[in-house]
Design a protein around this ligand. Structure first.
Ligand SMILES: C[S@@+](CC[C@H](N)C(=O)[O-])C[C@H]1O[C@@H](n2cnc3c(N)ncnc32)[C@H](O)[C@@H]1O
Length: 401
């Protein structure tokens, strides 16, 4: 029987499995409720925050823990629960990784038809940088409230939570004192603590204001502070190693690097394919392409294309390639792009994904075209949050040389 729930109703719930988005599933009189701030196996009192009349599920926030999981800890951060930045500060680090692996397995089972047993050994791997899951975030956007004070947004809200300091921020960002400074007339402040040089803070950042330099995969990348770069200090090296190891590029290979940013993967692939090879890097952000030009100018085998991936893939005369790196934004690549890549008949696609649901949907599209998920790794690039990064390798079902 399903009953109508009202917002603010306090409910006592037995909490079930973890779900996509870092919430857990509970049921109340047949009604599915996604509970925030709870762990599998707990009994909690939760306040309903969203009870759509005709919706299939409701949402609730934990207000009291009646029977706690052994993995529940006191959050290191005093703002945890209010600030929307970290949703898993109350979970021990090992369990955070265990739960992330569960979610990845579940999403790939549900959306890509993978048997969960096949990925039973999947571990979300720790990445070097930061301590105990803190001090790792090298890029942050602070929101500014009407009084000019910078803070962080509350969970699922535009409200700005005033904070003294953020414990997941890298030391360089912390030292900028952004939350102790007034930012009149700004709506946000971008803070970047690169691996080379000083940290910068930019109010309402626009391209052209500041450049930063990063050292990764044996190269130095210099690019506009607003261009994309992974936020965890260990992420760039970790992902490059995982992609190269999985794809195993050969001399003279033709590789395409889709959603290439400032050229992190293109630079490493260029060395692997050598002078007889070719790397086409495709990126729509003009500012990122400028950074790639500046950073990869010595690599004649790299060809940079400022274009949308879908449009570039429609451009003749590309008929074949040997390998593909696919690192799309959170929403994934989607059908038209998966179709086009498969038509190029590469030996393998390395798919770098920050959302296991988008990854699952895209794997399902590739499987329908005769491809298979050949290997999968996951990395803890976002400790204290429910997010993880996957590197999935897709190969054609029939093995070709
Ligand atoms: C997750 S980032 C990956 C960047 C790069 N591979 C790296 O690891 O640094 C995704 C990139 O895709 C770019 N992007 C987003 N939509 C795009 C599109 N339709 N076509 C081309 N690039 C796009 C973004 O500007 C961003 O640089």
């Amino acid at each position: 029987m399903t009953t109508t729930l009202s917002e603010d109703d306090p409910l006592t719930l037995d909490v079930g499995a973890v779900a996509h988005g870092g919430i857990c599933v509970a049921r109340h009189n047949g009604q599915v409720i996604f509970v925030r701030g709870a762990l599998p196996g707990e009994t909690v009192v939760a306040r309903v925050t969203e009870a759509p009349e005709h919706g299939r599920f409701a949402r609730a926030d934990t207000t009291e823990v009646v029977d706690a999981s052994p993995h529940r800890v006191t959050p290191p951060c005093q703002y945890a629960g209010d600030c929307g930045g970290c949703d898993w500060q109350f979970v021990d680090l090992a369990e955070q990784r265990h739960l992330k692996a569960e979610v990845i397995r579940e999403q790939l089972a549900r959306l890509a038809g993978e048997t969960p047993d096949r990925w039973a050994d999947l571990r979300v791997e720790e990445v070097l940088g930061g301590t105990d899951g803190l001090g790792w975030r090298t890029r942050m956007r602070f929101a500014v409230d009407p009084s000019g004070r910078a803070g962080l947004r509350a969970a699922r809200s535009h409200r700005v939570v005033a904070i003294d300091r953020c414990l997941i921020a890298a030391e360089g960002i912390d030292a900028l004192g952004i939350t102790q400074t007034k930012w009149p007339e700004a709506s946000e402040v971008l803070a970047v603590a690169p691996s080379i040089g000083r940290a910068v803070a930019l109010a309402d950042p626009r391209p052209g204001e500041a450049r930063v330099s990063e050292s990764a995969a044996g190269r130095t990348f210099t690019f506009d502070a607003t261009a994309f770069w992974q936020v965890h200090p260990g992420a760039a090296d970790t992902l490059v190693c995982a992609v190269l190891e999985a794809l195993d590029p050969r001399p003279k290979d033709h590789v395409i690097d889709l959603y290439s940013g400032v050229g992190l993967f293109a630079g490493a692939l260029a060395s692997a394919v050598g002078v007889g090879g070719r790397v086409d890097a495709v990126e729509s952000d003009a500012v990122a392409i400028q950074g790639a030009k500046r950073s990869l100018h010595d690599l004649a085998v790299v060809h940079l294309h400022e274009a949308r991936v879908d449009e570039w893939l429609r451009t003749p005369p590309l008929r074949r390639c040997d390998l593909v790196v696919l690192d799309p934004p959170r929403s994934g690549a989607k059908k038209a792009i998966i179709d086009r890549i498969v038509r190029l008949r590469p030996r393998a696609i390395a798919y770098v994904a920050c959302d296991p649901a988008a990854l699952g949907r895209d794997i399902a599209l590739a499987k329908a075209l005769g491809w298979r998920l050949a290997s999968l790794r996951a990395f803890d690039l976002f400790p204290m949050t429910h997010h993880a990064e996957c590197v999935a390798v897709l190969r054609p079902d029939t093995v070709r040389s």
